[in-house]
Design a protein around this ligand. Structure first.
Ligand code: B12
Ligand code: SF4
Length: 625
């Protein structure tokens, strides 16, 4: 199931609302000497293609955005800890400014949720009188917020509250809690009083427990879907977000200082950055349109140019990755941004000499921009990830076709932009077809000939928050376990076959490896080296090296699963994941489709459906846009 839609016209915050909140907090902050630790959960078992190496070399934008919002609001004693770099970190041992922090926040994607729970469990070891207020947030919390609340009396560790939204929701929560806080009162105790007085009910985008018994929630309160920030120029400056990152270490404790500014560019050379959010397509297997309430939100070109420059000046960052769902979504807005970037100059230096950027788009919109690709290249764009999925549109239709894809790829290469296809493999697609373009290898061959520089092939895999989810479960496609091994959250990333109707699912697993092997191999490295004098220069050869190393990891991690699929007994799920704790949805907070109050809620939505049964268009939600 998708996130419910707010009442039309009430999807967005009013212009200036976030700015006002930031100012109010700055006035409140001096009375509260808060210390905050924001952890980014990361499960190292997820390290493989297509994003291996990028995953550790990119401080995620989510935790940086939350850190920046804290500093901007006047709470400077904030530290960001990445499990990517600090596997041994133990919240129970953390001290900041010589004391247990007032706030402990955890951000997580779905696939890292086991690590998130370990962090929360460890934070709950802190004596109740000292325990920080524990706040969960990030992509996992948006669709399945209930799973940080324990139902096990033997293991009652839980977060205190889930923020199911962006900066505005967190800052609103802080404002209310701090307004209830007496002098020197622990923040968690102020939170509990504010919560019990009903003061949090007006903040859309929260979930918190009510009626504890033996430390377990008897009921959860859902305050409804957040209102989104429409004008992204109102967001806090992203520069402080890097200045509070904990250095990489094996220690359980925090270091005395964050990473020095001059080391950031080396440790995290790629900077993910919010440029636009939202997508006009409505692929039923994708959570993004509903998350964005069908809105398209952007920063101005001026603001983006300034952020690139300031991040470059502060940390030496040169490579930026847009957190876009579909950067070319709106032609006029795209042109506004790229024209500004192409002509921007700072200190007499053209910005494009200092900033190279990359992002995600669709084939359809790339062709709509075809007369402007030279300008886009001049603005500093060097690679675009395109959701190709299946070029024959047998699986997914979103304006692509073999000819259009080839056309788009060749045009991008001609202006020096690397086309990076994202493909999706599904049950009906064979590895190879004779006399048609449908087979996986047939398509990879076409893409390579058209100039693809890298490759992503993922298996069509369930994703929370998409329209098609429920029947994916109820129709029994999702595996519970294979050969006695349960499906773990870290495996639901498109690299493992975990939902399929294929009689021989191991073939699907090995097809993924065959696709990568066909694309990344020494032969194509030699070919790429031979053709290094094209507009994209040495990049295809470098990607071959990265791809081959990544493939070694992917084989190591998924080969055993392929064998298990071959020999093991497959048990399937037929029920939709739901909260075991009843949820009270506050009246008026969610739009019409909100689930009924006080009943277990099947929020999660996984968009997988076998094509043989339905020709609905879909795409791997892992490969957005
Ligand atoms: C850039 C990106 C990547 C990059 C970079 C990741 C990184 N290290 O930064 C790369 C390419 C590596 C990547 C990889 C993957 N990605 Co990705 N990626 C994105 C993308 C496009 C942008 C993320 C981003 O920077 N957003 C901008 C920040 C500011 O937004 P945010 O993280 O959501 O944070 C905001 C809120 O969530 C909230 N928040 C976040 N954390 C916290 C914490 C607290 C305490 C609070 C209060 C609030 C809060 O506030 C933030 C500010 O508004 C998103 C889609 C999107 N548009 O967001 C997908 C997305 C995050 N990716 C997704 C997926 C599935 C994947 C992969 C599994 C794909 C794959 N099969 O390989 C891998 C996972 C790799 C791994 N091992 O972790 C999914 C996650 C779905 C989910 N529910 O968990 C997303 C949401 C796309 C989707 N389908 O909707 N990805
Ligand atoms: S899959 Fe891509 S194109 Fe389709 S709705 Fe999601 S972001 Fe848009």
């Amino acid at each position: 199931m998708e996130l419910p839609r707010r009442t039309r016209g009430d999807e967005l915050l009013k212009p200036g609302e976030l700015l006002d909140l930031r100012q109010r907090l700055r006035r409140l902050a001096p009375r509260h000497d808060l210390t905050t630790v924001i952890a980014c959960a990361f499960d190292h078992r997820t390290r493989m293609l297509p994003f291996i190496f990028a995953d550790l070399r990119m401080v995620p934008a989510g935790v940086r955005a939350i850190g920046s919002a804290m500093v901007d609001s006047g709470f400077h004693k904030t530290r960001i800890v990445l499990q990517q770099w600090n596997k041994g970190f133990r919240p129970s041992r953390m001290r900041l400014d010589g004391r247990v922090p007032d706030l402990f926040m955890v951000s997580s994607m779905d696939l890292h949720m086991q690590r998130r729970m370990e962090l929360i469990r460890d934070a709950c070891r802190i004596a109740p009188a000292d325990r920080p207020l524990i706040i969960a947030g990030g992509p996992r919390s948006i669709y399945q917020p209930w799973d940080v609340f324990s139902t096990d009396p033997a293991d009652p560790a839980s977060a205190d509250v889930v923020v199911r939204g962006e900066e505005y929701v967190l800052l609103s929560l802080l404002e209310v809690v701090l307004s209830h806080r007496a002098e020197n009162e622990p923040v968690r105790s102020a939170f509990l009083r504010a919560r019990d007085s009903g003061a949090l009910e007006g903040i859309a985008g929260l979930m918190y427990p009510q009626g504890d018994r033996e430390g377990l929630a008897q009921r959860l309160v859902d305050t409804g879907v957040q209102r989104l920030l429409g004008d992204l120029d109102e967001l806090p400056d992203p520069v402080p977000g890097y200045a509070m990152v904990e250095p990489a270490s094996r220690r359980a404790t925090l270091g005395s200082q964050p990473v020095p500014a001059e080391r950031i560019g080396k440790l995290s050379p790629i900077s993910s950055i919010v440029l636009t959010l939202g997508c006009k397509f409505a692929c039923p297997y994708c959570p993004i349109p509903a998350y964005n309430q069908r809105q398209y939100r952007t920063k101005s070109g001026e603001r983006i140019a300034e952020e690139f420059w300031r991040l470059h000046k502060a940390y030496g960052l040169k490579y930026f990755f847009g957190a876009d769902d579909n950067f070319f979504n709106n032609k006029d807005r795209t042109l506004g941004i790229v024209e500004t970037l192409a002509r921007a100059q700072f200190d007499g230096v053209p910005l494009r000499r200092r900033a190279r950027w990359h992002t995600e788009v669709t084939v359809h919109d790339t062709l709509r921009m075809k007369d402007h690709l030279r300008l886009i290249s001049r603005s500093g764009c060097r690679a675009l990830w395109l959701g190709v999925e299946d070029m024959t549109t047998t699986l997914v239709k979103k304006g692509q076709s073999v000819d259009k894809t080839i056309d788009a790829f060749q045009r991008l290469r001609a202006v020096g932009i690397c086309p990076m296809p994202m493909m999706m493999h599904s049950d009906p697609q064979p590895l190879y077809t004779r006399g048609s373009e449908y087979g996986l290898l047939n398509q990879i061959k076409i893409l390579r000939q058209a100039g693809a520089v890298s490759l992503q092939v993922l298996m069509l895999t369930p994703s929370p928050g998409s329209k098609l989810h429920d029947e994916t479960y109820t129709s029994g496609q999702v595996y519970e376990s294979v050969g006695g091994r349960r499906i773990q959250p870290y495996m639901v990333d498109g690299n493992y076959v975990v939902a399929s109707r294929h009689p021989k699912p191991w073939r699907k697993q090995f097809n993924l490896l065959a696709g990568y092997l066909y694309f990344y191999n020494p032969l194509w490295l030699l070919v790429a080296l031979k053709h290094r004098k094209t507009k994209v220069a040495i990049k295809p050869a470098l990607m071959q090296v990265v791809g081959m190393l990544g493939l070694a990891h992917t084989i190591r991690r998924t080969l055993g699963w392929g064998l298990r699929l071959m020999w093991g007994r497959i048990r399937r799920r037929t029920t939709v994941p739901a909260s075991p704790i009843p949820i009270r949805v506050l009246d008026g907070a969610s739009a019409g489709q909100a689930p009924k109050p006080d009943s277990p809620q099947p929020y999660i939505s996984l968009g997988v459906k076998v094509l043989a049964e339905s020709q609905t268009h879909r795409k791997d939600p892992a490969a957005t846009a």
